[in-house]
Write a protein that binds this ligand. Structure first.
Ligand code: AVJ
Length: 322
């Protein structure tokens, strides 16, 4: 017989965001950051090796091929701060290139302790790199790293994997500006951005035939069941990926297969869904090259150099704070 474990200390921020998002008049929504609990993070790792999803491999290829070039444009001594440590795999190339020229500190900033530990294990063997993890929200962590900076030291902020694309415009510019405010002129931001590509290819990438992305998306409901004791019946919801032409983003939604009511006791909430009504769970923006220069400029950076993957259009952008 299945047993249910009730969580005694539910995350108050999750509760507040669930209440806000599921009682919105019109389009219901949930913040995409909640896709990444332990299950979701593992599912994303699987997504990143699917043949249909080329984004992560493009990011890794660019960093592997161009790390020396990228590092050559910096002005040492450099301290590296990474927003979202990920698995640490693609950061290795950069850290190895940097550490051929200098001793460096690497400060991964990550709200998940599991991810932080994984990254320390993955990168802990590189000589001349000192790892200092921050279990913080991105901007809080970045401000702390910036506060510890020594005179004459340059900060290199890594924001890879096109996570910037998950910020709905103009929130992307706002976030870049907040990064800029933590920096001083001459500091650098290496920003990974997924680029425009044919819609068919994008839909395959976000609605893969194995159903991994569907599981990744629906895990958000499973998580709310686990953590807030809700009773979402996952069989009565389905994953949807669509391209929103107006904004140039792939959107993930969760669609209710029928009219139904769900209760979420820890949020003291009961929510009714109409048949085919959706919860919007993520946008993933696909950038054009002029757009990248524009948002960088609006946030107080100039684009110093750009490396582009031809196989899966993706750009690494080296932005310098002005
Ligand atoms: C983590 C930002 C790279 O927007 O493509 C993958 C997450 N969502 N499949 C993206 C994601 C659905 C993702 N990034």
């Amino acid at each position: 017989m299945a047993t249910q474990t009730l969580t005694t200390s539910a995350n108050p921020e999750l509760i507040a965001d669930v209440r806000l998002g599921l009682t919105m008049p019109g389009q219901k929504e949930l913040p995409s950051k909640y896709l990444y609990d332990d299950v979701g993070s593992k599912l994303f790792e699987v997504i990143s090796v699917l043949p249909e999803y080329g984004l992560t491999r493009a990011d890794e290829r660019l960093l592997q091929q161009h790390s020396e070039d990228i590092v050559g444009r910096l002005t040492p001594p450099t301290t590296v701060a990474e927003l979202g440590s990920g698995s640490g795999k693609k950061t290795r190339w950069l850290l190895e290139a940097l550490s051929r020229h200098q001793n460096i500190s690497y400060c991964p900033i990550e709200i998940s302790r599991t991810a932080l530990n994984m990254c320390k294990r993955e990168l802990g063997d590189i000589e001349a790199v000192r790892i200092l993890g921050f279990e913080r929200e991105y901007l809080d962590g970045l401000m702390e790293v910036a506060a510890r900076r020594r005179d004459g030291e340059q900060l290199l902020v890594l924001f890879l994997g096109s996570t910037i694309g998950n910020f709905e415009h103009p929130a992307d510019v706002k976030f870049l500006r907040q990064i800029r405010e933590a920096l001083v002129a001459g500091d650098a931001l290496l920003l990974g951005t997924d680029l425009e590509k044919p819609i068919r290819q994008l839909i395959d990438a976000y609605d893969d035939p194995l159903g991994v992305t569907a599981a990744f998306n629906l895990n958000l409901l499973a998580r709310i069941n686990r953590e807030l004791d809700a009773d979402f019946n996952l069989e009565q919801f389905e994953h949807v990926a669509r391209f929103n032409q107006d904004v140039g983003s792939v959107e993930m939604h969760i669609r209710s297969r029928k009219k139904q009511t769900v209760t979420i006791p820890a949020a003291d909430l009961s929510v009714t869904f109409a048949e085919a009504e959706t919860i919007w769970t993520e946008s993933s923006h696909k950038y054009s090259l002029p757009e990248i220069s524009r948002i960088a400029g609006n946030a107080g950076f100039r684009c110093d150099a750009q490396w582009i993957d031809e196989e899966w259009p993706f750009a690494e952008n080296l932005l310098i704070a002005e």
